[in-house]
Write a protein that binds this ligand. Structure first.
Ligand SMILES: Nc1ncnc2c1ncn2[C@@H]1O[C@H](COP(=O)(O)OP(=O)(O)O)[C@@H](O)[C@H]1O
Ligand SMILES: [Mg+2]
Length: 263
């Protein structure tokens, strides 16, 4: 059996000192298989971003163990991240932003352009290849961020509420575009969202986290067949039932997080 692509075992992380100490993660354990799409949901402040940043190597855990892509050669980048916004270089055009990961690996300009082209087509931005981020809408900028992450061909993809700043219609379209790009590559993805519906549309499993300190409360398998359409799935009677059952798990945690915030 192939080992998990991401293995988090008993991760604990606290911030601040003495009086103001915040335990963001406590004994957080989760494995993500090669090619799996796993979504993290949980109330705000429960440590979702912290977990992602630890996996990305941007933060170190106080205790516990982390393994990412064990045994991988280092020709591929280990990870690529997509954030809610501000991920693009404002001084680079669309095509150069998308090609950035390739450039970092020393791929020559002509080869870069060739590899990037199908992705520009896929996200419908071929006509905008020479535009700068400030000339694009928020939805278009997030499309560029997605393409850039996939083009870099990393071992794993980490996404932190990438569509949270977009309106509902744009979000639905980007979910479908993400599904199409992902289905073509089957990268291992760890995806943070506060949308249960988004997690159901995208994920193979949904990890429900507890209020702070963040732990795994439940793991829900999502077995809608692929390829999926984010919009059509919403019409599936199983979708509504799953959405409600996950909300039931989350509800107490959201209440607890609110009580913490008001204390
Ligand atoms: N660099 C930091 N310094 C101090 N506190 C932090 C830092 N990063 C996160 N926290 C705190 O840790 C907790 C979890 O944060 P975060 O992982 O961002 O939660 P989420 O992404 O689930 O909303 C929050 O209480 C947050 O304020
Ligand atoms: Mg966050």
């Amino acid at each position: 059996m192939t080992p998990p692509k991401i293995r988090m075992q008993g991760l604990t992380k606290a911030f601040g000192e003495r009086g103001k100490r915040v335990v963001a993660l406590d004994d957080f354990t989760l494995s993500v298989a090669d090619g799996e799409f796993v979504c993290l949901v949980g109330p705000s402040g429960c440590g979702k971003t912290t977990a992602l940043r630890i996996v990305a190597g941007l933060e170190t855990a106080d205790s516990g163990t982390l393994e990412v892509a064990p045994g991988a050669d280092r020709k591929q980048p280990q990870n690529a991240m997509v954030f809610q916004e501000h991920g693009l270089f404002p001084w680079m055009t669309v095509v150069d932003n998308v090609a950035y990961g390739l450039e970092m690996r020393g791929v020559r300009k002509r080869a870069r352009r060739e590899q990037v082209e199908p992705f520009l087509e896929m996200i419908g931005l071929a006509r905008f290849r020479h535009h700068y981020p400030r000339q694009l809408s928020g939805g278009m900028r997030q499309r560029v961020s997605l393409a850039r992450a996939f083009v870099a061909d990393p071992e794993i993809l980490l996404m932190d509420e990438p569509f949270a700043a977009l309106d509902a219609q744009n979000t639905l379209m980007l979910q479908d575009e993400l599904l199409r790009i992902w289905e073509g590559s089957r990268k291992t993805v760890l995806y943070v969202t506060h949308g249960i519906d988004e997690a159901l549309a995208l994920g193979d499993r949904i990890v429900v986290m507890t209020a702070q300190p963040g732990r795994v409360k439940a793991i829900v398998p999502v077995d809608f067949p692929r390829p999926r359409s984010a919009a059509e799935l919403r019409g599936d009677p199983k979708f509504g039932a799953l959405q409600l059952s996950i909300w039931r798990m989350l509800e107490d945690e959201v209440r607890a997080a609110r009580a913490q915030a008001e204390a």
